[in-house]
Design a protein around this ligand. Structure first.
Ligand code: HEC
Length: 149
């Protein structure tokens, strides 16, 4: 083989491997349970912003609606963390699977806090609603400190 052909052959191999690998990796990033849970957490942040605004407006109906969306998510969250679903681009900490009871407890705190906010907003009790909103935000933070990288 002439040296030119060898170079051509090697660069062909390199290019084809890059071309065939890239879509695979991009696909892995773009779909699956990691992408879905990230979307749900982004939605959670939006819900918290909406609730914050609605508290200022004393819009208890919107608070209840948003808290209900969060409560539904809390009940499904565990399913979105199958073993081995950590690693880039995910920020999920390995502690989720090293300490599954601790993680379940953090999910449960979130579930109970969102339920409390639903109930307090139904009662249209301003002070209690503010209180349970703060506790709910605390459960986001609490879980992130232990279980998010
Ligand atoms: C029981 C644990 C837990 C609770 C409760 C929790 N989070 Fe998270 N959150 C995580 C983990 C773990 C990740 C990292 C997920 C990943 O990257 O795979 C995350 C990621 C996020 C992200 C980044 C999403 C992205 O685009 O990568 C946001 C924003 C977020 N959470 C907001 C919230 C808010 C707001 C709340 C409360 C209303 C909340 N989280 C409650 C565990 C939790």
């Amino acid at each position: 083989m002439k040296i030119k052909n060898v170079i051509f052959y090697i660069s062909f191999l390199l290019i084809s491997s890059v071309v065939s690998l890239k879509p695979l990796l991009a696909n892995e990033d773009a779909k699956g349970v990691v992408k879905e849970r990230m979307a749900n957490f982004k939605m959670s942040k939006k819900m918290m912003q909406t609730i914050h605004k609605s508290i200022q407006n004393e819009d208890f109906v919107t608070i209840e609606k948003s808290a209900t969306t969060l409560h539904k998510w809390s009940k499904e969250m565990i399913k979105y963390f199958p073993e081995g679903s950590d690693g880039a681009p995910s920020e999920a900490s390995a502690n989720i699977w090293l300490d599954p009871d601790g993680f379940k407890k953090a999910v449960n705190n979130f579930e109970l806090a969102s339920l409390k906010l639903i109930n307090n907003s139904k009662e249209k009790d301003f002070d209690k609603t503010v209180d349970s909103f703060r506790s709910l935000a605390g459960t986001c933070k609490g879980c992130h400190q232990k279980f998010r990288n």
